[in-house]
Design a protein around this ligand. Structure first.
Ligand SMILES: [Zn+2]
Ligand SMILES: [Zn+2]
Length: 234
């Protein structure tokens, strides 16, 4: 019986570490039900959930300048399984946990993204020392999974971090934007700059990082920039 069990359920669910996963599935059914894409009403700018049906924009997008055209956000970062999953990816190097949420998001937003006419996906770069410490950039991992489904190339070396920034958590909003204003730049590329690109990140909080990357890209000549994030804080 045990042998048969292992044949049918080769592993435990990588999200809850508890329930055996049916063959061919990425996570268990219980976790699948908990990992849900953000539903309407969503902010027309950044794509995160808004609390009221009547609100077009989230409070941040309503009061702050947004240079990107529009964006999509996959999941609510406030949901416990989403938060757990992202932290396991980042701090325990369990990148395979991104397979399921990225597949779900890629499928759901395929038409939206196709209509944008993107030339490439650009992951938000980590500072080199942080990347070395972690061994990978989670934004790049997300971009690669989405790009594979959408058939859009990922340009992981185009946008660079020029200087080490302070941890954003410790700064107020004005200081955050200042801290990031000069942090990002485009590397010169013989192919020129892409006409239309999406910046990809793991977590969207106030949108400051997304705005800073967008400005850096537009200053370099990218005409239209879109925002794509795996999870957004409500
Ligand atoms: Zn599970
Ligand atoms: Zn918004």
């Amino acid at each position: 019986m045990r042998f048969l069990d292992e044949l049918l359920f080769p592993g435990r669910c990588p999200v809850c570490l508890d329930i055996p996963v049916p063959k061919g599935a990425l996570i268990c059914n219980a976790c699948r039900d908990k990992l849900r894409l953000i539903e309407d009403p969503r902010c027309l700018k950044c794509g995160r959930a808004v609390r009221k049906d009547t609100a077009e924009y989230c409070p941040d997008c309503a009061r702050l300048k947004r240079s990107f055209v529009t964006g999509i956000a996959g999941f609510n970062y406030g949901s416990v399984p989403v938060r757990k999953l992202i932290s396991r990816v980042k701090y325990h190097n369990e990148r395979q946990l991104l397979d399921y949420p990225c597949a779900l998001m890629a499928g759901h937003y395929a038409q939206t993204v196709e209509a944008w006419g993107l030339s490439c996906l650009i992951p938000v770069p980590l500072h080199a020392s942080r990347r070395r410490a972690r061994g990978f950039n989670q934004a790049e991992e997300i971009a690669r999974r989405l790009g594979a489904v959408w058939d859009i190339p990922v340009e992981k070396k185009l946008l660079v971090r020029q200087k080490k920034t302070l941890p954003q958590k410790e700064l107020d909003e004005a200081a955050r934007l200042k801290n990031l204003t000069d942090a990002f730049a485009l590397k010169p590329d013989p192919r020129g700059v892409p006409l239309c690109a999406a910046v990809v990140d793991d977590i969207y909080t106030t949108g400051t990082t997304m705005e800073a990357c967008t400005r850096a890209l537009m200053q370099a000549g990218v005409e239209r920039v879109y925002s794509i994030v795996l999870a957004a804080v409500l």
